[in-house]
Design a protein around this ligand. Structure first.
Ligand code: UGA
Length: 451
């Protein structure tokens, strides 16, 4: 099929490349000339495992290209997917990009004589597709949804760092449809996938996405709240608690004669807080939506509150090891991205930690394998911090090392490495990636979340 995708961010480009690899002809549209040129030169605007190879491959096969020309792309396709950003402004979802894209798609469709389906892939609150996208589309195209154009809402469930894998091996496909013909036509783009396909109304599809992200974020905040209780006793290691909880067969079912560990359990582990471009924004938007609906959403609001205060636990642990006065102390921060295998630093737990350290007069040297590999993001340029080229450089003369992101490169570090590179090694483990006993026995002063 011929598919146009508006927006070449994370969702748009990953979706476009995966659909092209399934044999569809895909055109990705963006109004940023630099981005379009970059993509057409085979360079992904962001880091994601294997994306550059796939991009080069699809360009070579001529099943994929990027352009600034939205009208032409819409007219050359049968399906248009909206994958523009829905940023958060004052904790409310900003729909201006969606509205503008819909107007332009509608105007292009005015000139189209064939049946065309428009699908919203951007994360939008329940009601947005029906109450905002639909009237704009009908007004600008001067056509009626259900007659000569179709409308769907098709949420994405990609995780950064494994986005291509998630797009090519989806767990399920959710298709909210304005009418059954819209859903039927749109679902053809996924005909090669055998996973469950859920056809539902537009509103339900929208809430499925928010409910999924809120569930995972809630589990993380729950795990972090329990870790605080654990820390308050000085007698419990939270890792032992989670081992004891996870072994419940309702969480780790026995298949054959082997107990399996579902990926979901990764979210019932304590850490220094969640970040990224999705969880914080989506949870806040859902809470505002609940307010707007005059429905209480106490639990969801608490998820945000727990996450806001969780990074501070790292300072508490640091002070336990290094003393109350951080003035002039050199602290190494290991990890700036919101999770491993991405170069994305948005809403990373690292920033509230760095800001608190700076306010206490500490000197900060940071390391991250990806965050500033290609260029230094403005957020890092404006902070009074130093960026190290290697972990060794970050640790040199540091009085403590704080692990914020569980990069593999850090997981592999041994106690000997810290001892070799630091005068008096103190390690504060925000992701519990090291063995407490091994590190302590080796002479490291070790503190971790939930200890
Ligand atoms: C999340 C969802 O997992 C995807 O299903 C969804 O499609 C995506 O948002 C989206 O809405 O676009 P992502 O933000 O890439 O994906 O990252 P996750 O792997 O879910 O991690 C989110 C945050 O939770 C990270 O900061 C991570 O460090 C943190 N986390 C995760 C914890 O703090 N503790 C854990 O136990 C697990």
């Amino acid at each position: 099929m011929r598919i146009s995708i508006v927006g070449t961010g994370y969702v748009g480009l990953v979706t476009g490349l995966s659909l092209a690899s399934l044999g569809h002809k895909v055109i990705c549209v963006d109004n940023d000339t630099k981005k379009v040129n970059k993509i057409n030169n085979g360079e992904s605007p962001f880091y994601e495992p294997d994306i550059s190879e796939l991009l080069k491959n699809m360009l070579l096969k001529k099943t994929f290209y990027a352009t600034e020309n939205l009208e032409e792309s819409v007219l050359e396709s049968e399906i248009t997917i909206i994958a523009v950003g829905t940023p958060s402004v004052n904790d409310q979802i900003d729909l201006s990009f969606i509205e503008k894209a819909t107007q332009q798609i509608g105007a292009a469709l005015k000139e189209d004589n064939k049946y065309h389906v428009v699908a919203v892939k951007s994360t939008v609150l329940p009601g947005v597709t029906e109450q905002i996208v639909k009237p704009i589309l009908e007004k600008y195209s001067q056509k009626k949804i259900g007659e000569n154009i179709g409308l769907c809402m098709n949420p994405e469930f990609l995780r950064e760092g494994s986005a291509l894998e998630d797009a090519l091996q989806p767990d399920r496909i959710v298709i909210g449809q304005a009418d059954s013909r819209s859903g039927e036509e749109f679902a053809k783009i996924y005909s090669k996938f055998s996973c469950p396909k859920i056809f539902t109304n537009l509103w339900t599809a929208e809430l499925i996405k928010y409910a999924a992200n809120s569930l995972f974020a809630t589990l993380i905040s729950f795990a972090n709240e329990i870790s605080r209780i654990s820390e308050s006793t000085n007698k419990i290691d939270i890792l032992d608690v989670w081992t004891g909880v996870h072994l419940d067969k309702r969480l780790s079912p026995v298949v054959g004669n082997k107990q399996i560990k579902p990926g979901m359990l990764n979210y019932i582990l304590s850490g220094c807080g969640f970040g990224g471009s999705c969880f914080p924004k989506d949870i806040k938007a859902l809470a505002s939506f609940a307010d707007h609906q005059k429905t209480e959403a106490k639990l969801i609001k608490s998820v945000i509150e727990v996450n806001k205060t969780q990074p501070h636990r790292m300072i508490v642990l640091l002070k336990k090891a290094l003393g109350e006065n951080l003035k002039g102390k050199r602290i190494a921060i290991l990890g700036l991205t919101f999770k491993p295998n991405t170069d994305d630093i948005r809403e990373s737990a690292t920033f509230p930690i760095i800001e608190e350290l700076i306010s206490e007069g500490a000197k900060i040297i940071c390391h991250d394998p990806m965050a500033y590999k290609k260029y230094i993001p403005t957020k890092l340029k404006i902070l009074p911090i130093n960026l190290a080229v290697s972990v060794n450089e970050a640790l040199k003369n540091a009085e403590a090392a704080m692990v914020i992101t569980g990069w593999d490169e850090y997981v592999k570090l041994t106690p000997q490495f810290f001892k070799k590179n630091m005068n008096k090694p103190i390690v504060i483990d925000g992701r519990r990636i090291y063995d407490k006993t091994v590190f302590t026995k080796a002479g490291i002063i070790y503190q971790g979340i939930g200890l």
